[in-house]
Design a protein around this ligand. Structure first.
Ligand code: CTP
Ligand code: CA
Length: 225
């Protein structure tokens, strides 16, 4: 066994994990971003490596140190994340999209810094849609038998929203978190339900993000057979 491998049920497997929040630049000094810390994605990468997988971690913005024992690819925007994920997914057994991908990006990038103009209100920022990486991956399935996992943060009717999203995206598993004040974003702990395309529902009690990560890999390993 390689060093640090606890239970080698992912040995010989290649898994791709995306993490962190994309940044969509407006000009050379400003961007649209989100509150993703990257902690859940990094926990997924660490636990998969500990279970023997070869891990490609595609990291958008995070404030975390580089994890050992994984191939780290840094990206900025959703478009860059898409390129990196689709490239790495070509020979992957599983892809877990834990990154918070911006749904929109500024329609134009100003190559010079946007300046205030005396006595004038600012121009509104026009946005355009970003590609939906999870839906694209789930639709194209670069490799037969590949397991694709998404994450969703929901409010209101969390389970109904999650079920609808799982169907819309076409992935195999969707980890649904309830969000609220101080819940999920930046926290070290989380609570979730993992919905399966096969109708399964796996609740994960409030606890460290590693515990949720282990449950995700259990469900992935089951599906890989
Ligand atoms: N995702 C993606 N590409 C996007 C947006 C989201 O791959 N452009 C992935 C995320 O990484 C996550 C999953 O899709 O795994 C669900 O993200 P979410 O934002 O909940 O889904 P959306 O379809 O964007 O729905 P909403 O309108 O609720 O934001
Ligand atoms: Ca979204």
């Amino acid at each position: 066994l390689a060093r640090g491998v606890t239970r080698p049920d992912l040995a010989g497997r290649h898994v791709v994990v995306s993490a962190g929040g994309t940044r969509e630049p407006l000009d050379p000094v400003r961007f649209l971003g989100n509150r993703s810390s990257g902690k859940q994605g990094y926990a997924l990468a660490r636990t998969a490596a500990a279970r023997g997988a070869r891990v490609t971690l595609i990291a958008a913005d995070t404030a975390l140190p580089d994890p050992a024992g994984v191939d780290l690819v840094r990206v900025g925007t959703a478009v860059e994340l898409r390129e990196a994920v689709l490239g790495a997914a070509a020979d992957a057994d599983a892809v877990v999209m834990a990154a918070a991908v911006a749904d929109f990006r500024p329609a134009v990038y100003a190559t010079g810094k946007i300046k205030k103009k005396d006595g004038q209100e600012p121009e509104p920022v026009a946005l355009v849609r970003n590609p939906d990486i999870l839906a694209e991956l789930s639709g194209d399935r670069p490799r037969a038998g590949q397991v694709i996992v998404g994450f969703a943060a929901e409010t209101d009717d969390v389970l109904a929203n999650g079920r609808a999203k799982l169907k819309r995206k076409g992935c195999d598993l969707l980890v649904v978190n309830e969000v609220g004040e101080r819940k999920t974003f930046g926290a070290d702990e989380s609570e979730a339900v993992v919905l399966g395309a096969d109708g399964s529902e796996t609740p994960v009690a409030h606890g460290p993000k590693e515990v949720l990560a282990e449950t995700v890999w259990d469900l992935v390993a089951e599906r890989l057979g």
